[in-house]
Design a protein around this ligand. Structure first.
Ligand SMILES: [Zn+2]
Length: 297
C-alpha cells in the first residue's frame, strides 16, 4: 500500500487544501488518515487531524500566524494511511511542500544498469509515485529529464565533491517565545535568547535535516558587515532542490561545525526544470546565538 499526495494548494491566505490517493491497495474495508504538518521535512511533526476517512483536508493556519502567500518560508505535509488491519501496517506518504515538490528517494541504484544494482531490500522506483513531484500538466519527458539531472547531481555530490551539512529550517509559525517575545510591540527583547534563538518562535528551529552540498565560490569573499564592522565570510553553497532553503535558515558544515546564515536563495533551472538552489551564506561568528542550538555532529 502506498499513499501519495496529489495536490497541495494554498487557496486563501490561511488555508491549504490537501488531496491524496491510495495506490497498490491489497485490503478491503475502511482506511483512515492522519495529516501532519511541519516547517521542515525533518520535523518535528504536528498531527492536525486523525481518523479521517475522506481523501482531502483543508488546513487552517489562521491560528498559527502563518500566511501561505508569504514567500519567506515553506510548509511541509505528510499523510499517514492506516489500513483496516490496523496501525502496524500504516504507511506515510512522501513529504511534500507548498511548491508541490516531494522528497527525493534518489539512490545509487539504477534499473537496468548492472554496475549499479538495486539493493535487495529496495524495489525499483515506482514511476507513478514520482508523478506527484510535478504539475500534472508537465509531460513525462520532462519528468524523466528532471529525474536524470537530479540523479546525476546527487551522484556528483555523494561521490565526488559534496560535503555533509545539517539544515536547520527556521520556524515561522507556531508558539511565540514566552521568554522574550512581547505581543504588544510584536518584537523580542533579547536577540541572545536560548529559548527561541532570536527567532521569536519557541524552539527557534526545526530538527536538523541532513543534506549534501558543495561550495561553489572558490574563494570566500570577505566583506565588511554593516552591523559589526567585522570581517564576514560570504560564500555560495549549492544544494539539490529539496528541501527548499529560505532566508534565515542555518546550514551547519558537519565536519567542522561551521555555521552559515542563509541570506539569499538563487534558483538554477535548466530547460525550465528546477535543478538546484544556490545559497548565498555568511559565516556566523562563534559568539552567535545560533551556535547554542544543540546538534549532534
Ligand atoms: Zn526568546
Amino acid at each position: 500500500m502506498k499513499v501519495n499526495v496529489v495536490k497541495v494548494m494554498p487557496w486563501h491566505p490561511n488555508f491549504v487544501r490537501l488531496q491524496w490517493e491510495l495506490a497498490e491497495v491489497s485490503e478491503s474495508g475502511t482506511f483512515n488518515y492522519s495529516v501532519e504538518r511541519s516547517g521542515s521535512p525533518g520535523g518535528p511533526w504536528t498531527e492536525l487531524v486523525s481518523l479521517l476517512t475522506a481523501l482531502t483536508y483543508d488546513d487552517d493556519l489562521s491560528t498559527q500566524e502563518a500566511n501561505t502567500l508569504s514567500l519567506a518560508r515553506d510548509i511541509y505535509y505528510r499523510i499517514k494511511a492506516t489500513p483496516p488491519s490496523g496501525g502496524v501496517n500504516a504507511v506515510y506518504s512522501p513529504i511534500i511542500n507548498l511548491d508541490g515538490l516531494v522528497e527525493h528517494e534518489i539512490c545509487d541504484a539504477e534499473p537496468g544498469n548492472p554496475e549499479r544494482p538495486i539493493p535487495q531490500n529496495q524495489s525499483e522506483p515506482d514511476p507513478q509515485r514520482r508523478t506527484t513531484a510535478f504539475p500534472r500538466t508537465e509531460g513525462g519527458r520532462m519528468r524523466l529529464l528532471k529525474r536524470k539531472i537530479l540523479r546525476d547531481r546527487y551522484i556528483m555530490l555523494s561521490k565526488l565533491n559534496g560535503i555533509q551539512y545539517y539544515l536547520l529550517k527556521k520556524r515561522h509559525f507556531g508558539t511565540r517565545c514566552t521568554d522574550c517575545y512581547d505581543p504588544n510591540t510584536r518584537s523580542i527583547s533579547s536577540s541572545n535568547c536560548g529559548t527561541c534563538y532570536g527567532t521569536s518562535w519557541e524552539g527557534g528551529y526545526y530538527s536538523p535535516v541532513e543534506v549534501l552540498g558543495r561550495r561553489v565560490a572558490s574563494e570566500t569573499d570577505s566583506k565588511i558587515s554593516p552591523q559589526s564592522k567585522d570581517d564576514v565570510n560570504f560564500t555560495e553553497i549549492e544544494l539539490l532542490d529539496f528541501p527548499r532553503v529560505d532566508h534565515g535558515d542555518v546550514l551547519i558544515e558537519r565536519a567542522h561545525n561551521i555555521r552559515w546564515f542563509v541570506r539569499k536563495r538563487k534558483i538554477v533551472s535548466l530547460k525550465t526544470i528546477l535543478v538546484h538552489q544556490n545559497l548565498v551564506v555568511s559565516e556566523l561568528p562563534r559568539t552567535a546565538v545560533e551556535y547554542k542550538i544543540a546538534v549532534s555532529l
